[in-house]
Design a protein around this ligand. Structure first.
Ligand code: SF4
Length: 311
């Protein structure tokens, strides 16, 4: 079927079935063009909460469609490709997370929206990257916090807010591969540079480092190799000080950390949905997202708290 034809058929089916198409920013352009709303995780949750359509076709990854289902239990929520998952969500298996939460009672549990419905059901407040700081700051200072699933985002929030949080050790493989690729590309450009890193760098970066140490430790290390060439994974401000202390060393900053966590724009999972799959799923009203009533009711509370705090 030609693409135009397919688009027209989707439009017709959408009207027939009173369906709405919600698409994430990182969906392929053809899908964005046909969507009723295109947005980020927060915007999409807000839209999903407001819609009066009977069917929601969610062009995104699985946890997003689940969030739409939690907000609209009586509506049909369709995901064009059920295999469009998320490695970050998968890095937090619900059973293990439940045991973790139980072993740390009295903590407020904050989870990034990239997690399964079952994990949301164990959560006090959900957040997205656009409201994470605000949500953590809304919690009284003396209240201990568990943050999951992304340890990189967790570390970033801790730095920004000065709050101590207990972090779940989850991560996004796409992000790790992406930032690793950037670091290795830089290394190829400067093959005789050694990589040195601060222990707070992401783990995959630490694995490639010749030297890992505190700021003072790194400066001492560079001092002991005054003619050395280094790729330095730390804050830019420290690089400046290091250069002042050892003017003869060649220092190159490691690629900047992405603003927070993943590289969803580069994510193959996001690109699994196609126009054809979208048409098929709307036609067949399958695959559908199912969430049990018990999980839906529990997971709704922390999502509504987030939506309330994001108004
Ligand atoms: S890039 Fe985003 S959607 Fe893709 S696996 Fe990572 S967190 Fe999940």
């Amino acid at each position: 079927m030609g693409r135009m034809n397919l688009k027209k058929k989707i439009e017709a089916l959408k009207k027939d079935k009173n369906a709405v198409i919600l698409a994430h920013y990182y969906q392929i352009p053809e899908i964005q063009e046909i969507a009723d709303y295109v947005g980020d995780s927060l915007g999409l949750s807000q839209r999903a909460a407001e819609t009066d359509a009977d069917i929601i076709v969610f062009a995104g990854v699985h946890f997003m469609a689940e969030t739409a289902k939690i907000l609209n239990p009586s509506k049909k929520v369709l995901l064009p490709d059920l295999d469009a998952g998320c490695s970050l969500a998968e890095s937090c298996p619900p059973d293990a997370f439940e045991a973790f939460v139980k072993s740390h009672p009295n903590h407020t549990v904050v989870t990034y929206v990239n997690c399964s419905a079952k994990v949301k059901a164990l959560t006090d407040i959900v957040c997205t990257s656009s409201n994470a700081l605000k949500i953590v700051e809304s919690i009284p200072e003396d209240q201990p916090i568990i943050f999951a699933p992304d340890r990189n985002l967790g570390k970033y929030i801790m730095q920004k807010t000065g709050r101590d949080m207990l972090l779940w050790d989850g991560s996004c493989l796409v992000h790790e591969a992406f930032s690793m690729e950037k670091l290795l590309a830089l290394h190829r450009e400067y093959p005789d540079c050694k990589i040195i890193a601060h222990p707070e760098s992401e783990e995959h970066i630490l694995k490639t480092a010749t030297y890992i140490g505190s700021t003072a430790g790194m400066i001492e290390y560079v001092k002991s190799h005054p003619k050395g060439k280094f790729i330095v994974a730390t804050e830019a401000g420290i690089l400046h000080k290091m250069q002042e202390e050892v003017p003869t060393a060649e220092l190159i900053p490691a690629p900047a950390k992405e603003d927070n966590t993943c590289a969803c724009s580069e994510c193959a999972f996001m690109k699994m949905n196609t126009l054809q799959k979208l048409y098929d799923c709307l036609l067949n009203e399958s695959p559908q997202i199912d969430v049990t009533k018990d999980i839906q009711e529990k997971a709704l509370v922390p999502i509504e708290r987030m939506l309330e705090l994001s108004k």
